[in-house]
Design a protein around this ligand. Structure first.
Ligand SMILES: Cc1cc2nc3c(=O)[nH]c(=O)nc-3n(C[C@H](O)[C@H](O)[C@H](O)COP(=O)(O)OP(=O)(O)OC[C@H]3O[C@@H](n4cnc5c(N)ncnc54)[C@H](O)[C@@H]3O)c2cc1C
Length: 504
């Protein structure tokens, strides 16, 4: 009998969740009372001893394979619960689910899936994804890790770095391009399951990195020189690039779950602090700017909730998400920008006490920062959102953003709420800085649409109206930027005649 069967009844996900939340709270309260958080790297022993035995990764594996769920909404709930206590632990679950188990579930061969899932359920194994290389990060499709094939296996060679759970995960999804006989690399890429417990599949960690935050997750540089049995290649159905897009878009659509738990914690901590702190003879909570900051945090909470509601219905494994770049990139960019801003706001409100790694706000700034960089740098993703919309506008021969967005599926209702600001004509040949501003505007309008949709359910109406008001204000500011943005370029030889001292 598996651990899952004897400890968690498949029909009792909510019981599991309550138990999981209690355990997380207990463990992370204990850890924050020690210097463990500030001094130790790697997943804390207490987490491995107390939380991992609850088998959270069984939530990502369907009942058919002995797991407890496989449902996207339950995964989102679990991820948020983890992020409330620890962003690093939540990301650990996210790496295992979105970057390993979900693509394996969707694209791996049956016999391999059974073996891998068994390892997760019964031996507490973990998995991650290696795409990034020292010279190819944002430009990942030009990666140099290559493979050659024989009758029984694929031989992979290359260098990968910054993969979450470096040196710790038992399984890796490795990405590589096929080398042809004349030594050229093909354009497409492939995914291979590497089982580091098997001979010929060990990955050498050449260096561990001193990552600034997320200390619980090991990162480093890996030398890849492995022989992978043929059946461990993922079956792309169409192309490897489509597997990559489907996987990354599904992952990006799940970012709001991490955002939700993390932002809720920042908000709860900020409200608690401001209620308790008295400054100038009155409660900090009553100052107008403080109320503005807290209301903004609450709006972020609402936006993440609304995006989770959307993803719970639209990001399941049965969907092909390879063409869903506009929604996925919008969710990822805005969720991660809100996470960083939420942590910054908490630190601002708490003041000097929060300027410590041991404080959840100080740590939150550092831990949430790379979310704006990994799985697509936000600058690039905002530009891609913009490119996607401009392409559709060109197809419709439309230059007025309001007229286009009032018919576009993800902005139909929202466009009406920002009609005045959007009702102008744009030059569809945008330079990159304008593209990025336009992408930010689109992602916020999509957020309004999501908030309107959640407002049509039983979700609290006051949270919905406050959030829409906040987003409208933000969009007005962004449209101002978009219209006014300067075309100044950097002056490279700026050191000549630029000292105030000599020229004063
Ligand atoms: C904490 C953390 C966890 C990570 N986890 C993983 C993981 O699990 N697996 C994995 O494979 N990788 C992972 N990564 C790597 C991550 O995906 C890359 O760092 C990311 O893709 C950016 O690549 P890069 O760092 O090489 O930066 P570069 O590609 O050099 O880009 C740096 C910056 O240049 C700018 N830029 C780049 N291209 C353009 C452009 N076309 N237009 C305008 N500006 C541009 C952007 O501002 C960008 O942020 C992780 C990284 C971090 C920090």
């Amino acid at each position: 009998m598996t651990h899952t069967e004897d400890s968690i009844s498949p029909s009792t996900f909510h019981l599991f969740l309550e138990n999981f939340k209690l355990k997380l709270k207990e463990v992370y309260s204990e850890l924050s009372n020690t210097d463990y958080i500030t001094t130790t790297r790697g997943i804390p022993a207490l987490v491995l001893k107390e939380i991992i035995p609850l088998n959270p990764l069984a939530v990502i594996i369907s009942k058919e394979y002995g797991g407890i769920s496989g449902k996207i909404d339950e995964n989102l709930l679990m991820t948020s619960a983890a992020a409330y206590e620890s962003l690093a632990f939540s990301l650990t679950l996210g790496i295992n689910s979105a970057l390993f188990l979900q693509p394996v579930t969707k694209f791996a061969k049956e016999e391999i899936k059974k073996k891998v899932f068994n390892g997760f359920l019964n031996e507490k194994k973990m998995g991650g994804l290696m795409i990034t290389e020292p010279d190819f990060g944002s430009d990942a499709l030009n990666m140099r890790t290559f493979f050659t094939k024989s009758d029984t296996h694929f031989q992979l060679k290359g260098t990968k770095h910054w993969a979450g759970l470096t040196g710790f995960a038992n399984y890796w999804l490795l990405t590589a391009r096929e080398q042809t006989e004349n030594g050229q690399l093909k354009r497409d890429l492939d995914f291979f399951i590497c089982d580091t417990d098997a001979s010929d599949q060990q990955i050498v960690v050449e260096e561990y990195f001193d990552n600034l935050g997320l200390h619980h997750i090991p990162y480093g540089r890996n030398r890849i020189d492995v022989k992978i049995p043929t059946q461990q290649r993922l079956d792309p159905k169409t192309t490897g690039i489509n597997v990559l897009l489907d996987t990354l878009h599904r992952s990006r659509l799940q970012f709001p779950a991490m955002g939700l738990g993390f932002i809720q914690r920042m908000m709860d901590e900020a409200i608690l602090h401001c209620k308790q702190r008295s400054i100038g003879g009155k409660s900090l909570f009553t100052y107008d700017q403080v109320q503005y900051r807290l209301a903004r945090l609450q709006s972020y909470f609402t936006i993440c909730s609304a995006m989770c509601a959307y993803s719970s219905k639209n990001a399941g494994l049965e969907k092909d998400l390879s063409t869903c770049g506009i929604e996925a990139n919008s969710f990822k960019t805005i969720a991660t920008d809100m996470m960083q801003d939420a942590a910054q706001s908490l630190v601002q409100l708490v003041g000097a006490k929060a300027y410590r790694y041991s404080h959840i706000g100080g740590r939150g700034i550092i831990d949430s920062r790379p979310f704006q960089i990994f799985e697509g740098s936000n600058d690039i993703l905002y530009a891609q959102i913009s490119e996607g919309i401009i392409k559709l506008m060109k197809q419709k021969n439309e230059t007025n953003p309001f007229l286009f967005l009032s018919e576009y599926i993800h902005t139909k209702q929202a466009a009406l709420l920002v009609k005045e600001q959007l009702d102008f004509n744009i030059n569809l040949q945008l330079n990159q800085r304008k593209q990025i501003e336009f992408g930010k505007i689109i992602s916020r309008i999509i957020s309004i649409e999501m908030v309107i949709n959640i407002g049509n359910s039983n979700f609290r109406k006051d949270l919905v109206s406050n959030s829409i008001a906040m987003l409208q204000t933000e969009i007005s500011g962004l449209i101002g930027n978009f219209k006014q943005i300067e075309f100044t370029n950097v002056i490279e030889d700026y050191k000549e005649n630029s000292s105030w001292y000599k020229n004063f």
